[in-house]
Write a protein that binds this ligand. Structure first.
Ligand SMILES: [Zn+2]
Ligand SMILES: [Zn+2]
Length: 345
């Protein structure tokens, strides 16, 4: 197999030839068709997240085809197309697992962080954390009717940007009608479409002057788009912050109404500045999203199977993983960056 490997935080990934991995009991091996690049991969590579298994193959938005079954696997079959997300293992017996909150498991393992991920031609994953993919309808224009199915490149961003976006949207609450989204990248572009189809008015906030991202948000059905420092056009019921920027927390709290909720959707955020208590007063809530549960994945894939999605993705050959990371870091990407390990797929 070939893999892009992180030897030390802060270094470039290096292309390595390795022996093909063999799945252990309860595991499967997938031939990777596509693996999207998530902002979390940047935080791993840059050393913001401090406990990676090193050396590491990053990547946790994987679409692949199952090409080998480990002992005892009956839930998946050879040749099946499946997705592999960030959550790669839970203990199954801690207080959180027992309470249905496996996203907070005390002894988790994460794909592309504490186990090898999908910046590679092959990946091994626990069968219980692989999701057979339904047919995922594609829209050729935002909000448009179905026009075929999402291919692997365009399905890959669903496996984290979509999933975490979904969990963030759920945490925003059931009765949200006016929703702010701060940071308009891969997650925002997917979840905006799902929110709009549910009758939610989305207000996009981007870094100051990012007119391309604002125009993209409006194309996707957002009711308004502007700079993150600008006042919203109406009081928001909730806001989701996808950008890893702590300064956005007081801005988002200021934009939500009494009793409104601000959801931080990222795994990492720069420090949150000191702020007046008045921003939190009147029962505003500030929460974070940590990881995902397998139920989130099943729910989101069912929602995606019922919603033709327009997915903006730029593909890169696997050896150009460093370039994809650099483009994501600099904000040059609209939508998602996706690595493709095999030419012709
Ligand atoms: Zn991710
Ligand atoms: Zn657990």
């Amino acid at each position: 197999m070939q893999a892009m490997v992180l030897a030390q935080a802060g270094e470039r990934l290096a292309l390595e030839e390795r022996a093909d991995p063999e799945p252990g009991p309860g595991e499967v091996r997938l031939r990777v068709l596509a693996c999207a690049v998530c902002r979390t991969d940047l935080h791993v590579v840059d050393g913001d997240l401090r406990e990676p298994r090193l050396p590491l193959v990053p990547g946790h938005e994987i679409i692949g085809v199952i090409d080998r079954l480990g002992a005892g696997v009956t839930s998946l079959r050879l040749g099946q197309r499946a997705g592999v997300p960030w959550l790669g293992h839970v203990c199954g017996h801690c207080a959180y697992c027992n309470a249905g909150r496996e996203n907070l498991c005390d002894e988790p393992r994460f794909t592309g962080y504490t186990r090898d991920g999908g910046f590679a031609t092959h990946v091994v994953a626990e069968a219980a954390f692989c999701f057979p993919l339904p047919d995922l309808p594609r829209a050729s224009v935002p909000g448009g009717p179905q026009d075929g199915l999402l291919d692997a490149v365009h399905a890959a961003p669903l496996m984290c940007a979509g999933l975490i976006g979904w969990r963030a949207l759920k945490l925003a609450g059931d009765h949200v009608r006016e929703l702010g989204i701060f940071g308009f990248g891969a997650a925002a572009h997917l979840i905006t479409q799902i929110a709009v189809r549910r009758g939610i008015r989305v207000h996009a906030f981007t870094r100051a002057g990012d007119l391309a991202a604002q125009a993209f948000a409006l194309d996707l059905g957002a009711a308004s788009a502007g700079d993150s420092g600008a006042a919203p056009p109406c009081a928001l019921d909730a806001a989701i912050i996808f950008a890893p920027v702590g300064e956005l927390v007081p801005l988002a709290l200021r934009a939500v109404r009494k009793g409104g909720r601000v959801v931080c959707g990222g795994i990492y955020m720069s420090p949150i500045p000191a702020m007046d208590y008045a921003l939190l007063w009147e029962e505003r809530e500030l929460v974070s999203v940590a990881n995902l549960t397998r139920d989130d994945a099943r729910e989101f894939l069912a929602a995606a199977a019922a919603t033709p999605l327009f997915v903006e993705a730029r593909s890169y050959p696997l050896p150009q993983a460093n370039e994809a990371l650099a483009d994501l870091r600099s904000g040059r990407i609209i939508g998602a960056a996706v690595l493709v390990p095999w030419t012709g797929t």
